[in-house]
Design a protein around this ligand. Structure first.
Ligand SMILES: Cc1ncc(COP(=O)(O)O)c(C=O)c1O
Length: 513
């Protein structure tokens, strides 16, 4: 016969007592807290779940009846009965007719997961691979605050101006005429219609030709970077990374076990000669040639040609991250690097996060034809494909001309926001903060004179303003620029002006320290 109850309790003195008795006493199972507003039934459920999780009651243990629980706790029997029924429905308890209620022999998965996720266990078995540990050790952005877009958030477009009603209309039209095909698993490369629309778009807007077959729809540029790194790199491979550069790309490369070789960026973009000196045999180079992140310079033509030449000779890949170059203010479009590539060494990564909105999580990768099948197979192993209905709505947005209209409208709005930033910086922080000319994109670089940018950034956060120090984008310890990266797209001109007044106060506070 099985023991009716075996359990371990921890006494107030911390000693563990083995118990063997017919049923666990109610006060070991359930603690009610009068201040807890979640309700008695929820508290009972949570207490019993915790007792199971902590091993106070083991599988097969018989519990007190709902009547006994109600009496011991001094509450209504209906409440205890409902709690027991809920735990039975969730699989924590089982009822045997005439015999009582027992802790289930097979516990639900979520409970087992909670068990494995308990910090005590994690500490005993450090669960991370070396690659995982390197990946999560990357410093978190201290300049970033929670909550809605605010001055001078980087990477967030003007989502306040997104035509939500139009998107909703397109989405409902798609849902009204939904077909079984759209509800089934889709193509891992993404919807064909969307790939065709993107092929047309990049040819017109980015000066490169590609076939819809070469396009892979991904859940944002970040997934593209992660996929490329995972599929093309072996742990220990050396890769060139712009210094300063985009932390998301650095994380994707580290996650694949790459050894990052930081290559300095100057006014012409990535210094190819410096890269070749440091690691001629690198397997891959990550670049943002249209609008270097975060310095904002475009890569010069001689550098582009030198980079392609190196990639061909070294048989290396070049990953071109073209994240925000649709937004230009006066300057002519710089055609993308992909358009110059004749050897199929460039993999182009594009995103709709800046042109539309980041939560959409749609981007695309243009891959050389001979790599296509392998990347599609690897992509399917990760998440099959992005949500089909969002892809369908995105297709309509592009094909019906809304995308081009929206980009034109946003370009005008961003020009106004950028002007507001410049004027406000001049007025509120003139002499100390100098905003560099901006020709493309959604952020500006501003040099600081006589005050430490990292300190200003901390003071800004205290005042509810995000102002990233350029140093946050350097992997090396000695950043060459004392300045701030200021996003100007996320909020309206009046909020930009108010933000700048707070930033001026932050600068003053940093100067006093
Ligand atoms: C340089 C750069 N690349 C890629 C991304 C990631 O874009 P997505 O949202 O499409 O993953 C960002 C986002 O801020 C970025 O700044």
């Amino acid at each position: 016969m099985r023991p009716l109850w075996t359990g371990i309790i921890v006494t107030r003195l911390g000693r563990r007592l083995d118990m063997a008795t017919s049923r666990p006493p109610t006060n070991l199972l359930v603690r009610l807290d009068a201040r807890d507003r979640s309700g008695l039934q929820r508290q009972i459920c949570a207490s019993i779940q915790r007792a199971i999780l902590d091993g106070v009651v083991v599988p097969g243990t018989r519990l007190p009846s709902s009547r006994a629980l109600a009496e011991d706790l001094g509450i209504s029997r209906t409440t205890t009965l409902l709690a027991v029924q809920q735990l039975q429905a969730e699989g924590y308890l089982t009822g045997r007719r005439g015999a009582g209620t027992f802790v289930a022999e097979e516990l639900p998965d979520d409970l087992l997961q909670q068990r494995t996720a308990r910090p005590r266990r994690m500490m005993r078995h450090p669960a991370l691979s070396r690659r995982g540990a390197t990946l999560v050790a990357a410093p978190q952005a201290a300049h970033r605050l929670d909550g809605p877009p605010r001055a001078f958030r980087i990477g967030t477009p003007g989502v306040d101006l997104f035509p939500v009603a139009l998107w909703w209309r397109l989405a409902s039209a798609r849902l009204r005429s939904i077909t079984p095909t759209l509800l089934d698993y889709g193509e891992p490369a993404g919807l064909r219609g969307l790939r065709e629309a993107i092929a047309g778009h990049v040819q017109a807007a980015r000066g490169t030709r590609c076939d819809a077959h070469q396009i892979l729809i991904v859940a944002g540029a970040q997934q593209g970077l992660e996929l490329i790194s995972r599929v093309l790199l072996d742990p220990g491979d050396r890769v060139w990374m712009e210094e300063p550069g985009y932390p998301g790309a650095r994380s994707a490369l580290l996650g694949a076990g790459a050894r990052i070789v930081s290559v300095r960026v100057d006014l012409e973009g990535l210094d190819v000669k410096a890269g070749a000196r440091r690691a001629w045999d690198a397997r891959l180079a990550y670049v943002t040639p249209s609008h270097q992140y975060p310095l904002g310079v475009p890569m010069s033509l001689p550098r582009r040609l030198a980079l392609l030449q190196w990639a061909t000779r070294a048989r290396a890949w070049v990953v071109e991250d073209d994240y925000d170059s649709e937004f230009r203010y006066g300057a002519r479009a710089v055609p993308c690097l992909h358009g110059l590539d004749v050897d199929g060494r460039v993999i182009y990564v594009g995103s709709f996060s800046k042109t539309l909105f980041p939560a959409l999580r749609l981007g695309f990768v243009i891959v050389p034809s001979d790599l296509r099948e392998r990347l599609v197979t690897a992509r399917a192993a990760a998440d099959q494909h992005p949500p089909t209905i969002d892809q369908a709505v995105m297709t309509d947005f592009l094909v019906e001309g809304h995308f081009a209209r929206h980009v034109r409208r946003m370009r005008m709005a961003y020009r106004e926001r950028l002007e507001a930033l410049r004027a406000a910086a001049e007025r509120s922080c003139g002499g100390v903060l100098r905003v560099r000319p901006v020709q493309t994109g959604l952020h500006a670089l501003a040099d600081l004179d006589g005050v430490d940018a990292a300190r200003v950034s901390l003071e800004a956060v205290k005042r509810g303003v995000e102002a990233a120090p350029v140093s946050a984008y350097f992997a090396g310890k000695e950043p060459r620029i004392n300045g701030l990266v200021l996003g100007f797209a996320a909020v309206r001109p009046d909020a930009v002006r108010r933000g700048m007044e707070k930033l001026a106060m932050a600068i003053e506070a940093a100067q006093r320290r």
